[in-house]
Design a protein. Structure first.
Ligand code: SF4
Ligand code: SF4
Length: 180
């Protein structure tokens, strides 16, 4: 009885091995999908989820579509994003004089609205799980995955990325005054 059981177990194991070899053999005959990096690089990265990047305005490649609504900051489960809203521009001497005159006349001085754009956009890639919630919830489509597949560093601080500077660099634009 014992010998028969052992025989049956051997047959089952052999059958499992044949099934495994069938799968392996099938894959062996298919065309190769991997490349021998660094001798070769992947040609099409369209579906690659690289670190996030800002999407530029169609008419100004150095400016993001971002309206600084902070939605991405609130939906990110890992606290990767820090976005600061731009402040209103400094009033000109004429505008300051007009505001003083309005105050003296007991009126409310007109204030310049702050532009709907970020002044800082920092992304900590070392915390990011690439879940995509920020990009999916952005109301203006200002976040996308980059094709930066070869981003490496030995220090986690190097993954704290300034996405506004990255956008300007991609557009070949100079940094704004005071940030050179
Ligand atoms: S992809 Fe996910 S984890 Fe990464 S910044 Fe966006 S919301 Fe946060
Ligand atoms: S990237 Fe989109 S969601 Fe995030 S602050 Fe800008 S507009 Fe809002």
């Amino acid at each position: 009885m014992q010998a028969i059981r052992r025989k049956l177990k051997d047959i089952t194991n052999l059958w499992s091995m044949v099934k495994g070899l069938k799968v392996t053999g099938g894959q062996f005959l298919k065309p190769q999908v991997t490349v021998h990096y660094p001798r070769q690089e992947v040609a099409n990265l369209a579906s690659f989820r690289g670190p996030l990047q800002l999407v530029a305005k169609p008419k100004d490649p150095a400016k993001p579509k971002c309206i600084a609504c902070l939605m991405c900051v609130s939906v990110c489960p890992s606290g990767c994003l820090t976005v600061l809203k731009a402040k209103p521009p400094k009033p000109t001497p004429e505008e300051e004089a007009a505001a003083r005159a309005a105050l003296e006349a007991g009126e409310k001085p007109a204030k310049k609205p702050a532009p709907k754009e970020p002044s800082r956009f920092i992304y900590d890639y070392s915390l990011c799980s690439l879940c995509g919630l920020c990009a999916e919830n952005c109301p203006v489509g200002s976040l996308s995955y980059s094709e930066n597949i070869y981003l490496t560093a030995t220090d986690a601080k190097a993954f704290k990325l300034d996405l506004l500077a990255d956008l300007r660099a991609r557009a070949g634009a100079a940094p704004p005054a005071g940030e050179e």
